[in-house]
Design a binder for this molecule. Structure first.
Ligand SMILES: [Zn+2]
Length: 75
């Protein structure tokens, strides 16, 4: 039973490392691209607006915590 648990953990770690490697490659490619396909990491909502930062180009932007934010164009 213990051996089985260890094997499962190793499998999870391998998968996590594979995902991290892929993300790293993507991020590098995005950083070199003139038009960033933003990957926003947005803070938890604690008011009408949350601040988010793009993990690719580090641009910072405010995001409204309302449904109608979906209708706003981000140009
Ligand atoms: Zn970006």
């Amino acid at each position: 039973m213990t051996a089985y648990a260890v094997r499962e953990i190793e499998k999870v770690v391998e998968e996590a490392e594979a995902v991290a490697a892929e993300a790293s490659v993507e991020s590098t490619n995005m950083a070199n691209s003139p038009a960033c396909a933003h990957h926003w990491i947005i803070e938890p909502a604690n008011g009408p607006v949350s601040q988010g930062q793009c993990q690719n180009c580090l641009e910072v932007r405010d995001f409204k915590n309302f449904v109608d934010a979906y209708h706003q164009d981000d140009n």
